[in-house]
Design a protein around this ligand. Sequence first.
Ligand code: NAP
Length: 339
Amino acid sequence: MKAAILYHPTLPEKLTAGETEMPRPQAGQVRVRIEAAALNHRDVFICRGQYSGLRFPVILGADGVGIIDIVGEGVSSKHIGQKVIINPALEWGDDARLPGPHFRILGMPDDGTFAEAVCVPEKSVYPVPGHLTSEEAAALPLAGLTAYRALFTRARLKARERLVITGVGGGVAAAALQLSIVAGATVAVTSGHDFKLERARQLGAAEAVSYRSDDWVHKLREWSGGSGPDVVLDGAGGGSLEAAIDLVRPGGRVVLYGATLGNVPALTARRIFWKQLDVLGSTMGSPEDFEQLLGLVGAHQIRPEVDASFALEDIGSALHRLDTGLQFGKIVIHTKDSR
Ligand SMILES: NC(=O)c1ccc[n+]([C@@H]2O[C@H](COP(=O)([O-])OP(=O)(O)OC[C@H]3O[C@@H](n4cnc5c(N)ncnc54)[C@H](OP(=O)(O)O)[C@@H]3O)[C@@H](O)[C@H]2O)c1
Protein backbone atom coordinates (compact mmCIF):
# COMPACT_ATOMS: atom_id res chain seq x y z
CA MET A 1 0.00 0.00 0.00
CA LYS A 2 0.98 3.67 -0.23
CA ALA A 3 1.97 5.40 3.01
CA ALA A 4 3.87 8.45 4.27
CA ILE A 5 6.72 6.70 6.06
CA LEU A 6 9.17 8.73 8.13
CA TYR A 7 12.57 6.95 8.23
CA HIS A 8 14.47 9.67 10.11
CA PRO A 9 13.90 13.32 11.07
CA THR A 10 13.45 15.45 7.96
CA LEU A 11 12.01 18.74 6.78
CA PRO A 12 8.20 18.34 6.68
CA GLU A 13 8.02 19.39 3.01
CA LYS A 14 10.46 16.59 2.09
CA LEU A 15 8.20 13.78 3.34
CA THR A 16 6.95 11.59 0.49
CA ALA A 17 4.60 8.63 0.12
CA GLY A 18 6.19 5.24 -0.65
CA GLU A 19 5.18 1.60 -0.81
CA THR A 20 4.96 -0.69 2.22
CA GLU A 21 3.25 -3.90 3.31
CA MET A 22 -0.50 -3.78 3.89
CA PRO A 23 -0.91 -4.18 7.71
CA ARG A 24 -2.80 -7.16 9.19
CA PRO A 25 -5.06 -6.57 12.21
CA GLN A 26 -4.03 -8.21 15.47
CA ALA A 27 -6.52 -9.68 17.95
CA GLY A 28 -9.04 -7.02 18.98
CA GLN A 29 -8.17 -4.77 16.02
CA VAL A 30 -9.91 -3.73 12.83
CA ARG A 31 -8.27 -2.62 9.59
CA VAL A 32 -9.59 0.66 8.20
CA ARG A 33 -9.14 1.45 4.50
CA ILE A 34 -8.45 5.16 4.83
CA GLU A 35 -10.52 7.55 2.72
CA ALA A 36 -9.40 10.79 4.37
CA ALA A 37 -6.90 11.79 7.05
CA ALA A 38 -6.00 15.13 8.62
CA LEU A 39 -2.80 16.87 9.70
CA ASN A 40 -1.95 18.11 13.16
CA HIS A 41 0.93 20.24 14.38
CA ARG A 42 2.46 17.16 16.04
CA ASP A 43 3.10 15.70 12.55
CA VAL A 44 5.36 18.67 11.82
CA PHE A 45 7.09 18.37 15.21
CA ILE A 46 7.63 14.61 14.65
CA CYS A 47 9.05 15.17 11.14
CA ARG A 48 11.62 17.53 12.62
CA GLY A 49 12.46 15.06 15.40
CA GLN A 50 11.04 17.44 18.03
CA TYR A 51 8.83 14.94 19.88
CA SER A 52 9.38 12.58 22.79
CA GLY A 53 9.58 8.78 22.33
CA LEU A 54 10.43 8.85 18.62
CA ARG A 55 10.78 5.54 16.75
CA PHE A 56 11.62 4.94 13.09
CA PRO A 57 10.38 4.01 10.61
CA VAL A 58 6.84 5.17 11.38
CA ILE A 59 3.75 6.04 9.36
CA LEU A 60 2.53 9.46 10.54
CA GLY A 61 -1.07 10.59 11.01
CA ALA A 62 -3.47 10.66 13.97
CA ASP A 63 -6.79 11.47 12.27
CA GLY A 64 -8.55 9.17 9.85
CA VAL A 65 -11.85 8.04 8.41
CA GLY A 66 -12.51 5.00 6.24
CA ILE A 67 -14.14 1.61 5.76
CA ILE A 68 -13.38 -1.49 7.84
CA ASP A 69 -12.28 -4.22 5.41
CA ILE A 70 -11.01 -6.99 7.69
CA VAL A 71 -11.07 -7.68 11.44
CA GLY A 72 -8.70 -9.42 13.84
CA GLU A 73 -9.37 -12.38 16.10
CA GLY A 74 -12.20 -11.78 18.57
CA VAL A 75 -13.83 -8.98 16.54
CA SER A 76 -17.24 -9.60 14.96
CA SER A 77 -17.21 -9.71 11.16
CA LYS A 78 -20.44 -7.65 11.18
CA HIS A 79 -18.19 -4.57 11.31
CA ILE A 80 -16.80 -5.27 7.85
CA GLY A 81 -18.03 -2.63 5.41
CA GLN A 82 -18.82 -0.04 8.13
CA LYS A 83 -17.57 3.52 7.67
CA VAL A 84 -15.80 4.69 10.82
CA ILE A 85 -14.03 7.64 12.42
CA ILE A 86 -10.96 6.82 14.52
CA ASN A 87 -10.40 8.14 18.05
CA PRO A 88 -6.63 8.79 17.99
CA ALA A 89 -6.33 8.80 21.82
CA LEU A 90 -5.29 5.16 22.27
CA GLU A 91 -5.45 3.34 25.65
CA TRP A 92 -6.63 6.32 27.70
CA GLY A 93 -7.15 3.96 30.65
CA ASP A 94 -9.79 3.65 33.37
CA ASP A 95 -9.59 7.09 34.98
CA ALA A 96 -11.51 9.79 33.07
CA ARG A 97 -9.53 12.48 34.94
CA LEU A 98 -6.17 11.68 33.34
CA PRO A 99 -4.59 9.25 30.86
CA GLY A 100 -2.99 6.06 32.16
CA PRO A 101 0.54 4.69 31.61
CA HIS A 102 -0.21 3.09 28.21
CA PHE A 103 -1.80 6.21 26.69
CA ARG A 104 -0.52 7.08 23.19
CA ILE A 105 -1.61 9.12 20.20
CA LEU A 106 -2.03 7.30 16.90
CA GLY A 107 0.77 8.05 14.42
CA MET A 108 3.75 7.77 16.83
CA PRO A 109 4.76 5.29 18.08
CA ASP A 110 1.94 3.26 16.42
CA ASP A 111 1.70 3.50 12.63
CA GLY A 112 -0.89 6.11 11.70
CA THR A 113 -3.39 7.23 9.11
CA PHE A 114 -1.28 8.79 6.30
CA ALA A 115 -1.67 5.51 4.45
CA GLU A 116 -4.16 3.51 2.44
CA ALA A 117 -4.90 1.41 5.55
CA VAL A 118 -4.33 1.43 9.31
CA CYS A 119 -5.00 -1.14 12.05
CA VAL A 120 -6.53 0.17 15.28
CA PRO A 121 -8.35 -1.32 18.29
CA GLU A 122 -12.02 -2.06 17.66
CA LYS A 123 -12.87 0.14 20.67
CA SER A 124 -11.20 3.14 18.98
CA VAL A 125 -13.64 3.35 16.06
CA TYR A 126 -17.09 4.98 15.96
CA PRO A 127 -19.76 5.50 13.29
CA VAL A 128 -19.16 8.66 11.23
CA PRO A 129 -21.68 11.45 11.96
CA GLY A 130 -24.11 11.16 9.04
CA HIS A 131 -24.02 14.80 7.91
CA LEU A 132 -20.24 14.85 7.32
CA THR A 133 -18.19 14.03 4.23
CA SER A 134 -15.14 11.81 4.80
CA GLU A 135 -12.86 14.85 4.64
CA GLU A 136 -14.95 16.85 7.13
CA ALA A 137 -15.10 13.88 9.48
CA ALA A 138 -11.32 13.33 9.23
CA ALA A 139 -10.86 16.96 10.28
CA LEU A 140 -12.64 16.33 13.56
CA PRO A 141 -10.99 13.78 15.91
CA LEU A 142 -7.75 15.12 17.42
CA ALA A 143 -8.57 18.82 17.25
CA GLY A 144 -12.23 18.33 18.22
CA LEU A 145 -11.39 16.02 21.12
CA THR A 146 -8.73 18.40 22.47
CA ALA A 147 -11.08 21.37 22.16
CA TYR A 148 -14.03 19.50 23.70
CA ARG A 149 -12.13 18.33 26.78
CA ALA A 150 -10.37 21.66 27.33
CA LEU A 151 -13.61 23.67 27.12
CA PHE A 152 -16.17 21.43 28.77
CA THR A 153 -14.49 18.71 30.87
CA ARG A 154 -11.67 20.92 32.19
CA ALA A 155 -12.91 24.55 32.05
CA ARG A 156 -16.60 23.62 32.51
CA LEU A 157 -17.67 26.31 30.08
CA LYS A 158 -21.34 27.26 30.48
CA ALA A 159 -23.90 28.99 28.27
CA ARG A 160 -23.73 32.81 28.38
CA GLU A 161 -20.14 32.81 29.70
CA ARG A 162 -17.60 34.95 27.87
CA LEU A 163 -14.75 33.00 26.30
CA VAL A 164 -11.59 34.19 24.54
CA ILE A 165 -9.85 31.78 22.14
CA THR A 166 -6.29 32.73 21.14
CA GLY A 167 -4.89 31.90 17.68
CA VAL A 168 -8.20 30.95 16.11
CA GLY A 169 -6.57 29.83 12.85
CA GLY A 170 -5.31 26.60 14.44
CA GLY A 171 -7.13 23.29 14.20
CA VAL A 172 -7.98 23.04 17.91
CA ALA A 173 -8.89 26.73 18.18
CA ALA A 174 -11.20 26.65 15.14
CA ALA A 175 -12.94 23.55 16.54
CA ALA A 176 -13.24 25.27 19.92
CA LEU A 177 -14.93 28.26 18.28
CA GLN A 178 -17.58 26.07 16.65
CA LEU A 179 -18.19 23.96 19.78
CA SER A 180 -18.37 26.90 22.21
CA ILE A 181 -20.84 28.81 20.05
CA VAL A 182 -23.32 25.93 19.87
CA ALA A 183 -22.91 25.57 23.65
CA GLY A 184 -24.21 29.13 24.03
CA ALA A 185 -21.00 30.93 25.04
CA THR A 186 -20.19 34.44 23.79
CA VAL A 187 -16.82 34.14 22.09
CA ALA A 188 -14.00 36.49 21.11
CA VAL A 189 -10.89 35.34 19.24
CA THR A 190 -7.38 36.47 18.37
CA SER A 191 -5.29 35.70 15.30
CA GLY A 192 -2.24 37.02 13.51
CA HIS A 193 -4.11 37.17 10.17
CA ASP A 194 -6.97 39.44 9.13
CA PHE A 195 -8.61 36.83 6.88
CA LYS A 196 -8.78 34.42 9.84
CA LEU A 197 -10.38 37.10 12.02
CA GLU A 198 -12.93 37.63 9.27
CA ARG A 199 -13.67 33.89 8.94
CA ALA A 200 -14.07 33.62 12.72
CA ARG A 201 -16.65 36.43 12.63
CA GLN A 202 -18.53 34.56 9.90
CA LEU A 203 -18.54 31.47 12.15
CA GLY A 204 -20.10 33.48 14.97
CA ALA A 205 -17.29 35.14 16.93
CA ALA A 206 -18.64 38.29 18.62
CA GLU A 207 -15.23 39.99 18.58
CA ALA A 208 -11.99 39.30 16.70
CA VAL A 209 -8.69 41.13 17.26
CA SER A 210 -5.12 40.72 16.05
CA TYR A 211 -2.62 39.47 18.63
CA ARG A 212 -0.08 41.51 16.66
CA SER A 213 -1.64 44.76 17.91
CA ASP A 214 -0.11 46.12 21.13
CA ASP A 215 -3.44 46.66 22.83
CA TRP A 216 -5.28 43.37 22.13
CA VAL A 217 -5.57 42.50 25.82
CA HIS A 218 -7.00 45.93 26.52
CA LYS A 219 -9.50 45.61 23.62
CA LEU A 220 -10.73 42.23 24.83
CA ARG A 221 -11.03 43.44 28.41
CA GLU A 222 -13.23 46.27 27.15
CA TRP A 223 -15.24 43.77 25.08
CA SER A 224 -15.86 41.69 28.18
CA GLY A 225 -17.31 44.66 30.07
CA GLY A 226 -14.12 45.73 31.83
CA SER A 227 -13.35 42.85 34.19
CA GLY A 228 -12.14 40.23 31.68
CA PRO A 229 -13.69 37.08 30.17
CA ASP A 230 -14.74 34.08 32.29
CA VAL A 231 -12.50 31.67 30.36
CA VAL A 232 -9.45 31.97 28.09
CA LEU A 233 -8.43 29.00 25.91
CA ASP A 234 -4.80 29.14 24.80
CA GLY A 235 -2.63 26.75 22.77
CA ALA A 236 0.29 29.07 22.12
CA GLY A 237 1.88 29.32 25.60
CA GLY A 238 4.74 31.83 25.93
CA GLY A 239 3.64 35.45 25.87
CA SER A 240 0.13 34.40 24.86
CA LEU A 241 -0.36 32.45 28.10
CA GLU A 242 1.06 35.33 30.10
CA ALA A 243 -1.44 37.66 28.41
CA ALA A 244 -4.28 35.18 29.05
CA ILE A 245 -3.53 35.22 32.78
CA ASP A 246 -3.55 39.01 32.70
CA LEU A 247 -6.78 39.19 30.68
CA VAL A 248 -9.05 36.65 32.41
CA ARG A 249 -11.40 37.99 35.08
CA PRO A 250 -10.67 37.47 38.79
CA GLY A 251 -11.96 34.00 39.68
CA GLY A 252 -11.81 32.97 36.00
CA ARG A 253 -10.26 29.97 34.24
CA VAL A 254 -7.34 29.76 31.82
CA VAL A 255 -7.07 26.46 29.98
CA LEU A 256 -3.89 25.55 28.11
CA TYR A 257 -3.51 22.73 25.56
CA GLY A 258 -0.28 23.62 23.72
CA ALA A 259 2.87 25.72 23.71
CA THR A 260 3.59 26.65 20.09
CA LEU A 261 5.49 29.73 21.36
CA GLY A 262 7.30 27.80 24.11
CA ASN A 263 7.46 28.54 27.82
CA VAL A 264 6.34 31.65 29.65
CA PRO A 265 9.28 34.07 29.84
CA ALA A 266 8.09 36.16 32.79
CA LEU A 267 5.12 34.82 34.70
CA THR A 268 3.98 37.06 37.53
CA ALA A 269 2.99 34.48 40.15
CA ARG A 270 1.06 37.06 42.17
CA ARG A 271 -1.43 37.46 39.31
CA ILE A 272 -2.49 33.84 39.63
CA PHE A 273 -3.05 33.75 43.39
CA TRP A 274 -4.29 37.30 43.83
CA LYS A 275 -6.88 36.84 41.06
CA GLN A 276 -7.97 33.43 42.48
CA LEU A 277 -7.42 31.83 39.06
CA ASP A 278 -7.84 28.26 37.93
CA VAL A 279 -5.01 27.56 35.45
CA LEU A 280 -5.87 24.24 33.83
CA GLY A 281 -3.89 21.94 31.54
CA SER A 282 -5.60 19.67 29.04
CA THR A 283 -4.43 17.00 26.61
CA MET A 284 -6.51 15.02 24.12
CA GLY A 285 -9.46 13.37 25.91
CA SER A 286 -11.07 10.24 27.33
CA PRO A 287 -13.40 7.92 25.39
CA GLU A 288 -16.31 9.67 27.17
CA ASP A 289 -15.05 13.03 25.87
CA PHE A 290 -14.88 11.60 22.34
CA GLU A 291 -18.43 10.21 22.51
CA GLN A 292 -19.74 13.53 23.86
CA LEU A 293 -17.91 15.38 21.08
CA LEU A 294 -19.57 13.19 18.44
CA GLY A 295 -22.93 13.75 20.15
CA LEU A 296 -22.53 17.55 20.12
CA VAL A 297 -21.34 17.57 16.50
CA GLY A 298 -24.28 15.38 15.44
CA ALA A 299 -26.90 17.29 17.44
CA HIS A 300 -25.83 20.68 16.04
CA GLN A 301 -24.78 19.44 12.57
CA ILE A 302 -21.36 21.05 13.05
CA ARG A 303 -19.14 20.87 9.95
CA PRO A 304 -15.42 21.13 10.84
CA GLU A 305 -13.47 23.79 8.98
CA VAL A 306 -11.46 22.24 6.16
CA ASP A 307 -8.77 24.55 4.80
CA ALA A 308 -7.43 22.44 1.93
CA SER A 309 -7.26 18.86 0.68
CA PHE A 310 -4.15 17.16 -0.77
CA ALA A 311 -3.63 13.70 -2.26
CA LEU A 312 -1.63 11.30 -0.06
CA GLU A 313 1.17 11.50 -2.65
CA ASP A 314 1.39 15.28 -1.91
CA ILE A 315 1.90 14.84 1.84
CA GLY A 316 5.01 17.07 1.77
CA SER A 317 3.03 19.99 0.31
CA ALA A 318 0.27 19.45 2.90
CA LEU A 319 2.77 19.53 5.78
CA HIS A 320 4.44 22.58 4.28
CA ARG A 321 1.11 24.43 4.23
CA LEU A 322 0.55 23.62 7.92
CA ASP A 323 4.08 24.78 8.68
CA THR A 324 3.53 28.16 6.98
CA GLY A 325 0.55 28.85 9.30
CA LEU A 326 -1.58 30.21 6.45
CA GLN A 327 -4.39 27.70 6.99
CA PHE A 328 -7.69 28.30 8.77
CA GLY A 329 -8.87 25.04 10.30
CA LYS A 330 -7.72 21.64 9.11
CA ILE A 331 -5.61 20.43 6.23
CA VAL A 332 -6.80 17.02 5.05
CA ILE A 333 -5.40 14.37 2.75
CA HIS A 334 -7.37 11.96 0.62
CA THR A 335 -6.55 8.55 -0.81
CA LYS A 336 -7.70 7.16 -4.13
CA ASP A 337 -10.45 5.24 -2.22
CA SER A 338 -12.19 8.51 -1.34
CA ARG A 339 -12.90 9.90 -4.80
N1 NAP B 1 -2.61 18.91 24.27
C1 NAP B 1 -3.12 18.35 23.20
O1 NAP B 1 -3.79 17.32 23.27
C2 NAP B 1 -2.92 19.02 21.88
C3 NAP B 1 -3.70 18.66 20.80
C4 NAP B 1 -3.55 19.34 19.61
C5 NAP B 1 -2.60 20.34 19.51
N2 NAP B 1 -1.81 20.63 20.57
C6 NAP B 1 -0.82 21.71 20.48
O2 NAP B 1 -1.54 22.92 20.34
C7 NAP B 1 -0.83 23.82 19.50
C8 NAP B 1 -1.73 24.24 18.34
O3 NAP B 1 -1.97 23.10 17.55
P1 NAP B 1 -3.02 23.14 16.33
O4 NAP B 1 -2.75 21.90 15.55
O5 NAP B 1 -4.37 23.41 16.82
O6 NAP B 1 -2.56 24.48 15.58
P2 NAP B 1 -2.09 24.73 14.11
O7 NAP B 1 -3.22 24.32 13.22
O8 NAP B 1 -0.76 24.14 13.87
O9 NAP B 1 -1.92 26.32 14.12
C9 NAP B 1 -0.90 27.02 14.88
C10 NAP B 1 -1.55 27.90 15.87
O10 NAP B 1 -0.63 28.76 16.56
C11 NAP B 1 -1.27 30.03 16.69
N3 NAP B 1 -0.29 31.08 17.00
C12 NAP B 1 0.88 31.31 16.39
N4 NAP B 1 1.48 32.39 16.97
C13 NAP B 1 0.63 32.83 17.96
C14 NAP B 1 0.66 33.90 18.89
N5 NAP B 1 1.70 34.77 18.94
N6 NAP B 1 -0.38 34.04 19.75
C15 NAP B 1 -1.43 33.19 19.72
N7 NAP B 1 -1.51 32.14 18.84
C16 NAP B 1 -0.49 31.99 17.97
C17 NAP B 1 -1.93 30.21 15.35
O11 NAP B 1 -2.87 31.27 15.36
P3 NAP B 1 -3.32 32.07 14.02
O12 NAP B 1 -3.10 31.15 12.86
O13 NAP B 1 -4.76 32.37 14.22
O14 NAP B 1 -2.49 33.30 13.94
C18 NAP B 1 -2.58 28.83 15.25
O15 NAP B 1 -3.71 28.76 16.11
C19 NAP B 1 0.43 23.09 19.05
O16 NAP B 1 1.49 23.47 19.93
C20 NAP B 1 0.09 21.64 19.26
O17 NAP B 1 1.22 20.82 19.49
C21 NAP B 1 -1.96 20.00 21.75
